[in-house]
Design a protein around this ligand. Structure first.
Ligand SMILES: Cc1cc2nc3c(=O)[nH]c(=O)nc-3n(C[C@H](O)[C@H](O)[C@H](O)COP(=O)(O)OP(=O)(O)OC[C@H]3O[C@@H](n4cnc5c(N)ncnc54)[C@H](O)[C@@H]3O)c2cc1C
Length: 263
């Protein structure tokens, strides 16, 4: 008689208690939460965590947030945009203070990830807070390449096309400028869809095929593309890249639509 054993169930990722070390204002509506997470197993650039809030009456709400920090950094950073009518994000951006605690689990996701060993060219396309996991990739790239010679940098060139409504909505604006300034193999292009400062010479419209053709490498260079942001932007950009001739298998997407829910 043969015995049948139950199929192995994937192990649930444990919830951990993180403590808020720092809250940093990035823009009027976004905050970076720098967290100490005891026992954190490490992550890859592009992964996310689930955050769970529990009210005094036991009501729980859970949402996903991308990890903004590089794997090389000991503390975990999340960058959260406040949605005015949101259930979770206003608590994270406006109420949390250093010393407060937060439940999270992760790292989650093995598809939308990149590290230097995968090679380039690296094409990043972001809309709004979709910059967060792409920033983890750029920070990781900078951390690994900071002591590398020019040849190593030229093997993984990176280009970022980032769409924001206004100049003041550009998350990590100064850090992006700093990274690009010190690295001839990183190019950052911004498009401002609502309002641009006087004298602005960059793009002034939503990302479209023409803009992608101008910014991206030609398909023959086989860039690895990562596209992240609101669902309509992600879908439009991914479709345009494929229409331009890029290999769909090299265009990875992450949609920041509504997530989670309540329990
Ligand atoms: C893998 C993944 C990673 C994510 N990473 C980040 C991140 O790094 N930073 C970040 O700020 N957000 C991120 N999000 C979005 C985040 O999970 C929440 O959806 C967001 O914070 C809104 O939650 P809320 O409870 O405040 O709003 P809710 O109470 O859930 O929604 C309020 C209203 O806003 C709409 N809505 C919900 N989410 C969005 C959204 N993302 N964009 C526009 N409208 C929305 C809802 O339909 C509803 O009308 C990520 C989502 C996914 C799936």
């Amino acid at each position: 008689m043969s015995t049948v054993s139950a199929p192995a169930r994937p192990r649930a990722i444990a919830w951990r208690l993180a403590s808020v070390a720092e809250v940093r204002a990035e823009t009027v509506t976004t905050r970076t939460l720098v967290l100490d997470v005891p026992g954190w197993p490490g992550h890859r650039a592009g992964q996310h965590v689930d955050v769970r809030l529990t009210a005094e009456d036991g009501y729980q709400a859970q949402r996903s947030y991308s990890i903004a920090s590089a794997p090389e950094t000991p503390r975990l950073a999340l960058t959260v945009e406040r949605l005015e009518d949101g259930e979770v994000s206003p608590y994270l951006t406006d109420v949390l203070r250093p010393g407060d605690r937060l439940e999270l689990r992760g790292p989650i996701g093995g598809y939308f990830v990149w590290d230097v060993t995968l090679g380039g060219p690296l094409l990043l396309v972001a809309g709004g807070s979709g910059i967060v996991p792409l920033m983890a990739m750029l920070r990781h790239r900078a951390a690994v390449l900071q002591h590398a010679d020019a040849r190593a940098r030229h093997e993984v060139p990176a280009r970022l096309l980032y769409s924001a409504r206004r100049w003041d909505d550009v998350i990590y604006r100064e850090e992006l400028a700093r990274l690009a300034e010190g690295d001839e193999t990183l190019e950052v292009a911004l498009t401002l869809t609502r309002e641009a400062p006087r004298g602005w010479t960059g793009f002034r419209r939503r990302i479209d095929k023409m803009m992608l053709a101008e910014v991206a490498w030609p398909p023959a260079e086989r860039p690895r593309a990562f596209v992240c942001g609101p669902t309509p932007l992600v879908e439009a950009v991914a479709a345009a890249l494929v229409e331009l001739g890029h290999d769909p298998a090299r265009v990875k997407t992450e949609r920041f639509g509504p997530t989670g829910g309540s329990a």
